[in-house]
Design a binder for this molecule. Structure first.
Ligand code: BYC
Length: 329
């Protein structure tokens, strides 16, 4: 960690962990440059493995922790149809977590180790899930904005250089696209509903807009991992490029809903062919990812409790497997 609490650059770490110029390292980079996928048994620099474990496990944790804000509304969905859709979506997120944990295990870390890192706070999960879901309109805003931002970030990851991660992302993106549409459909219903529903829809965009922009990570100039991750094609597009793309496609969607984006500086810039937008509150972002967001404690407590409550199930499954193996022997 640096003084500001921001992590050290991976480039520095890479050079200390691997002989950057070894024949293996050169052959590895050649494969990456030629867009040849890296598979779990292939040679890879330790820092590449480490970076993937960090990003993929954090991605898996985000999927699992991300079930909590929406899970909060399953029992209070306004109709049976909405309840069924929300249940299916939250269940999909569990599936995404499982594909990603499995893909990360191919790098030589166990599921238990990853869970321990989440519970001890040494592994992060997406900042966005540390905000509360106050009204039903938040289910719309999460699907529309949060899943929308996730798709923008994850479509390029379908071409990430590590095979198991890239393959997991293909299926995940298909499901995320359905999630985004169901969120937008909730927003359409609310924005065109009663005056009270419209107020709820506007309040949801007011609260979720800025945190959604933070999902893409710090600005490129302050992103310690980006340069190396782009060179290794773990990341295919920079944080700022994805954020700008997200804003450009989402603002017209807000206009269609008749809702206001809570940014007085938002303006189409003809010259750049992009929207200009206001300053993101990066202090808030660093506070949230350091554990001081509105719901960090609640989210981690819920995950730890679920893990402890589920121990008997894991023990029973192990005991059954051992019994089966003993019988077969
Ligand atoms: N939140 O150098 P940087 C979903 C950390 S779930 C928290 O730019 P990197 C869904 C970063 O980890 C989708 N931490 O890093 C689920 C690093 O700290 P460490 C989740 C963040 O990795 C349920 C430090 O800041 N998607 O869709 O090159 C319901 C410096 O950043 C965040 C993914 O996980 C953040 N927002 O780039 C609904 C996508 N941003 O690790 C929906 C996969 C940055 O050194 N991940 N940090 O302690 C990525 O694409 C990249 O990891 C990031 C960050 C763009 C997020």
């Amino acid at each position: 960690m640096t003084k500001s609490g921001k992590p050290k650059s991976t480039t520095a770490m890479t050079e200390s962990i691997t002989g950057k110029d070894s024949p293996e390292a050169k052959a590895f980079q050649k494969k990456i440059d030629a867009d040849i996928t890296i598979e779990p048994k292939d040679w890879m620099p330790e820092a590449y493995r480490h970076t993937l474990i960090r990003q993929m496990s954090q991605h898996a944790h985000s999927e699992i922790v991300g079930m909590l804000p929406e899970g909060n509304w399953i029992g209070r969905a306004p109709s049976l149809r909405r309840k069924m859709i929300l249940l299916a979506k939250v269940q999909d997120e569990a599936g995404h977590g499982l594909y990603l944990y499995s893909a990360t295990e191919t790098l030589g870390i166990s599921r238990d180790q990853m869970i321990e890192q989440l519970h001890s706070g040494s592994a992060k999960y997406s900042s966005i899930f540390n905000y509360p879901t106050l009204t039903w309109a938040d289910m719309g805003a999460i699907g529309w904005l949060v899943d929308g931002a996730a798709i923008m970030n994850q479509v390029p990851l379908c071409r990430t250089s590590f095979g198991p991660y890239a393959r997991a992302m293909v299926r995940i993106c298909k499901e995320e696209s359905f999630h985004q549409r169901q969120g937008y459909e909730i927003m359409i219903a609310m924005a065109h509903g009663s005056p009270a529903q419209k107020v709820m829809a506007q309040s949801a965009i007011d609260r979720w807009w800025w945190p959604s922009l933070m999902m893409f990570g710090p600005p490129d100039a302050d992103s310690p991992h980006s340069a190396q991750s782009l060179k290794w094609k773990i990341k295919r597009t920079s944080n700022d490029t994805l954020r700008q793309k997200f804003i450009d496609v989402t603002v017209p969607q807000a206009e269609f809903l008749g809702l206001e984006v809570p940014d007085p500086d938002l303006k189409w810039n003809k010259k750049r062919d992009h929207y200009d937008f206001g300053e993101i509150d990066w202090d808030e972002f660093y506070q949230v990812i350091s554990g001081n967001g509105p719901c960090n404690k609640e989210r981690l407590d819920a995950r730890i409790k679920a893990w402890e409550d589920g121990k008997w199930v894991r023990d029973a499954a192990l005991a059954y497997e051992q019994k089966k193996q003993a019988a077969a022997a």
